[in-house]
Structure formats: structure tokens, C-alpha cells
Design a protein around this ligand. Structure first.
Ligand code: AHR
Length: 550
């Protein structure tokens, strides 16, 4: 029995337990789906920043993941892992958020500047969660990687820095000083001189500033009204130094509509001008509850990153798909007080979150191994952002390396790109394009959710126009069935198509330090007939098609 047959039969076996109806996998034979792209109906420009990243000083993200140190045997540029820099250049990383997450509201930026050997060691916010064998740098922050190193990392990869300020345990005055350190002109202030002494004479010109993180929880346990008052205090009269400052307010946890409404109402209590200081409101949504509706318990509800059945595959996607209704719901509330929608949505933490157990490096807190399931999840999420370009100005996948939905795994001199990393590479071509309306029609997936019928859509995606090139990304979430789709471009003919597909016969497939290419994209030219295209999307796949239009 060949590998694919074996795996299909294995799934069909699982199917008898998990699915009400099971039939043999369908052969790729007949057109059962249609994708219509209305290139005349622009939805807006896709902000490159929705392809952003998140790096928190947590577990193995910074120490080991990004920072290896200048004297390391691991190839590096000024202490930063060279392989990571190379990979991030390939995906056109637009923006990186740092230093947290929850860590941000415990961090004193002054600890991370000045001569490296004079920097203090501090207890990391996450130290209590570290197991006994974890490296010391994970528990006690050596502060070798601070503002200078982070901004330098961003420069090396061609991304913008997005710094998150400490609202819980530092003053607004300290926030202004951080802005001054980063942005005041060469020679103008004592802090600019300190920056120059570290080798950075010219200002960093940091534009994006998060004002706290999860201020409803680890970031201070504020009510939305209390936080709005803090936000006003932190953002009033911050020196600009000629740099546009874009302040991001800590936003709602998932569907906490009350946070969004309460925050904005309180902001407006002093008139409309404070509204103008908000660039975006940061929504966080993790897909973690795979309990099929049995519990809302944060620990009990989680599933395993590597061992899951067919139902858990769909449950994860179902949880992730909530992103679209969250965007619409919060946007609607924002429009109640800001009808012209000057304030945008920022999704600065998103991704699946599993229970501990799949860490590739012992002691890497919150590290999990992304599989093909997470690639499909990520493609689906990026497509959702692409379909709402007028609403979502930035998004940051949590987190870049050695953590939750990571693009990369690394330990010492070992490194691999995960299936999620491949999806980011495949979707990079959307950046800056004109999102256009798409209509997907495909058979719905039916499955048995513990005795109750459940359904999930059969094919979804997004499209963007770049002069004569149309970028179309498509997710087929069905574990067993390929979807053969007629792709119709309204008012245009297709001249040529190059397609890239990421899939694997085993839905649990993932990359490891030993088998780096187990899940890797395949690219080829696709046949076009009389200006039209019919394409088979394999089961459990993410595809990216670049169509040259006549
Ligand atoms: O990404 C891990 C944590 O999840 C972040 O620190 C926090 O903001 C969120 O709860």
C-alpha cells in the first residue's frame, strides 16, 4: 500500500468514528466548485502590515530564537541569528511587535540600553511558568537584547518596529522618554547621545507604539473606562520629532464588545479630539478551545498540537474562522462613535494555542510544533484579513519563532521553516495589492460533532490585483476531498498562471530539524485553456495562484 493510500485509509478508518457519512475519497474528476473574481470591485488596498509578526521576551523567542549573541558559533549578524534574517527578508516582513505581550507591562526599557555588560538582570514576567530545566535567560532577563538590538533586527529584515509601552508599571513620563530615546534627533537630547554612544546616531523614527497590552488582564486589570483615561494620559502631547506616531490602544479580548464600546465612549467623554490620537484598536483572538463545546476552561479546553483527529482539525478551523465575525462585530461598534472609521482594527495577536507537550526544545515555554493544520488555519486567517482591507490595518501572528503559531523553530545551530512560515511566503505577494471581491461556491463539508451534525465551508480565499497580475489564495479545508474549481475572472482573460501548493497526505505532517522539507510548497505553471482556468485544489491544502491577465 502506498503512503497516500495508507493515509487515506487511515483517515477513512477514523472517519467511521468521527463522521456520520463516510465514502471513499473522491478522485479528481469533475468540476464541483467555482471561484468568481470581480476585478472591477475593489475592496481597498491590502496593508502590507497585516503580514506582521510578534516577538515577545518569552521562553525561547528572543534568547535562542532571535538573539544568539555576537560570540556565538551560530552564524549571526551583530548577535542576531543570520538564518532568521535571511528567511524574513524572503517573506517581506513588514512590521514586528516587541517586547510583549504580557511581558511589555513589566518591562523597563532603560534596562535594555547602554553598554551590554552594565545592563541589569531582571526577573522575566514569565519566570514562574518556566520549568526547572529552562535556560537561565528565560527566567532572568539578561537584557542583552533591548531596544537597540530589536530596532537593528527590524532594519536588517526591512521591517518597521512596533514597540509596546508599559502602562501597568511605568509612568506616562517614562513612555515619553522611550519615544525620546528612539526618535529625538542626533545630538539633541541626552537620550539621543546615549543612543549615539551605542552606535545609533540617527533616530530610529519608530512610528508604531502600543499603549499597553491586554489592559483588561495582565496589562493592569483595568476596566475599559479606566484604561481609556490611561490611554489619554499616555498619548496626550507626546513629542513627535517630525515622525508620525501611530498609537495602538489595547483592545478587546475576542468578543468582549463591552471593552470596545466602553473604551471609545470614555475616550469621547472629553470631546472628539482624543479619538484622533488612536491609530488602531488591538483585538486579540487565539483559537484554543477544541472541546467541541464541552467546556470553556482555558486548560481543559485545549487540544494537542500534533495528536488530533478529524473533528479536532475542523474544530480548530471553526474557532479560527470566528476572526471574521469578530472583525465585523468590533468594526460595527467602532462605527457607532466613529462613523468615518478613522480608527482601524489591529489584530496584534492571533493563532492557534495548544496545551503544552510538543515543545522541540525543553524549557521553551508556549512553544508548539505547527503542522499542516496550522498552515491551513493561517491561510484562512490571512484570507480573512485580505477580505477586510478597509478595516484591518495591521496584524501580528503570535509568535514568530519558538512559540505559538511560529513561522520558524530554532535551537542553537538548528533551524527550520514551519508550514506556517511557508504560508507567509506564499501570501507575501498580496501585500499592497488592491483586494477585489471574490465569490467562492463549493460543496459544504459535513461532519459529526459528537452526535450532532456540523458543517464547514468547502473552499475560501482572497484575491488582490497588482497591475496585470492577480494573486489568488485558496484554502481547501476538507481532509479527504479535492475540490475542482472553475476560476472565472469577470471582464478579463487569463494569459498564464503559476501555482504554488502546500499540502501533505498526512494532516499531522510538520517540519523538524531533521526533516526540514517534510511539508514544503510545490510551484509549477498551470495550463490555461482559451483564457480560462480549471484547477484541482488538493485536500487539506493552501494554494497561491499568480494569474497574468490579458
Ligand atoms: O502570546 C502569548 C500571550 O498571550 C501574550 O503575552 C499575551 O498578550 C496573550 O495573552
Amino acid at each position: 500500500m502506498r503512503r497516500r493510500e495508507f493515509l487515506y485509509n487511515g483517515l477513512a478508518g477514523a472517519c467511521t468514528l468521527a463522521f456520520a457519512k463516510c465514502s471513499a475519497p473522491k478522485a479528481i474528476s469533475s468540476v464541483d466548485s467555482r471561484i468568481e473574481i470581480l476585478i472591477g470591485e475593489s475592496l481597498g488596498t491590502i496593508s502590507p502590515d497585516i503580514y506582521g509578526h510578534f516577538t515577545e521576551n518569552l521562553g525561547g523567542v528572543v534568547y535562542d530564537g532571535i538573539w544568539v549573541g555576537e560570540n556565538s558559533k551560530v552564524p549571526n549578524i551583530n548577535g542576531i541569528r543570520m538564518k532568521l534574517i535571511e528567511e524574513m527578508r524572503k517573506i517581506k516582513a513588514p512590521v514586528v511587535r516587541y517586547p510583549g505581550g504580557c511581558f511589555a507591562d513589566s518591562y523597563d526599557w532603560r534596562d535594555g540600553i547602554g553598554p551590554a555588560d552594565k545592563r541589569p538582570r531582571r526577573t522575566n514576567f514569565w519566570s514562574d511558568g518556566e520549568e526547572s530545566g529552562a535556560p537561565t535567560s528565560h527566567k532572568y532577563d539578561p537584557n542583552q537584547f533591548g531596544t537597540n538590538e530589536f530596532v537593528h533586527f527590524c532594519k536588517l529584515i526591512g521591517a518597521q518596529p512596533y514597540l509596546a509601552a508599559n502602562v501597568r508599571s511605568l509612568s506616562a513620563g517614562e513612555f515619553y522618554r522611550w519615544v525620546e530615546y528612539c526618535n529625538s534627533p542626533a545630538g539633541a537630547t541626552t537620550l539621543a547621545d546615549m543612543r549615539a554612544a551605542a552606535g545609533y546616531v540617527e533616530p530610529f523614527n519608530v512610528r508604531f507604539w502600543g499603549v499597553g497590552n491586554e489592559s483588561w488582564g495582565c496589562g493592569g486589570d483595568f476596566t475599559p473606562q479606566e484604561y481609556a483615561i490611561e490611554f489619554r494620559r499616555f498619548t496626550t502631547w507626546v513629542p513627535h520629532y517630525g515622525q508620525r506616531l501611530s498609537f495602538v490602544a489595547s483592545g478587546p479580548n475576542v468578543d468582549d464588545w463591552n471593552w470596545t464600546r466602553g473604551f471609545l465612549e470614555e475616550i469621547l467623554r472629553k470631546g472628539r479630539s482624543p479619538l484622533r490620537s488612536i491609530y488602531g484598536i488591538a483585538l486579540h483572538h487565539y483559537a484554543w478551545n477544541l472541546s467541541r463545546g464541552r467546556t470553556q476552561d482555558w486548560v481543559q479546553g485545549k487540544g494537542d498540537a500534533l495528536n488530533f483527529d478529524a473533528v479536532e482539525w475542523y474544530e480548530l478551523l471553526r474557532e479560527g474562522e470566528r476572526m471574521e465575525s469578530l472583525i465585523n462585530g468590533h468594526w460595527h461598534i467602532m462605527g457607532e462613535v466613529d462613523p468615518s472609521h478613522a480608527v482601524k482594527l489591529i489584530v496584534d495577536e492571533w493563532g492557534p494555542w495548544y496545551r503544552p507537550g510538543s515543545e522541540v526544545t525543553r524549557g521553551d515555554q508556549l512553544e508548539q510544533v505547527p503542522t499542516l493544520r496550522d498552515a491551513v488555519f493561517s491561510g484562512m486567517t490571512l484570507d480573512i484579513f485580505n477580505r477586510h482591507p478597509e478595516k484591518v490595518a495591521m496584524a501580528n501572528c503570535a509568535q514568530l519563532i519558538n512559540c505559538l503559531n511560529s513561522l520558524y523553530l530554532a535551537h542553537e545551530d538548528r533551524f527550520c521553516v514551519t508550514p506556517v512560515g511557508h504560508v507567509f511566503a506564499m501570501y507575501a505577494a498580496h501585500q499592497g495589492g488592491q483586494a477585489v471581491r471574490t465569490m467562492f461556491s463549493a460543496p459544504t463539508i459535513s461532519y459529526d460533532r459528537d452526535g450532532k451534525p456540523a458543517a464547514f465551508w468547502g473552499l475560501q480565499g482572497s484575491a488582490s490585483l497588482h497591475d496585470k497580475d492577480l494573486v489568488l489564495t485558496v484554502v481547501n479545508p476538507a481532509i479527504r476531498d479535492p475540490r475542482e474549481a472553475e476560476i472565472v475572472i469577470r471582464d478579463a482573460r487569463i494569459k498564464a498562471v503559476v501555482g504554488t501548493t502546500l499540502t501533505h497526505p498526512d494532516i499531522h505532517a510538520h517540519n523538524t530539524f531533521e526533516q526540514k522539507e517534510e511539508v514544503s510548497p510545490q510551484t509549477k505553471a498551470l495550463p490555461v485553456s482559451s483564457g480560462t482556468l480549471t484547477h484541482a485544489f488538493p485536500p487539506a491544502s493552501v494554494s497561491s495562484l499568480v494569474l497574468t491577465l490579458a
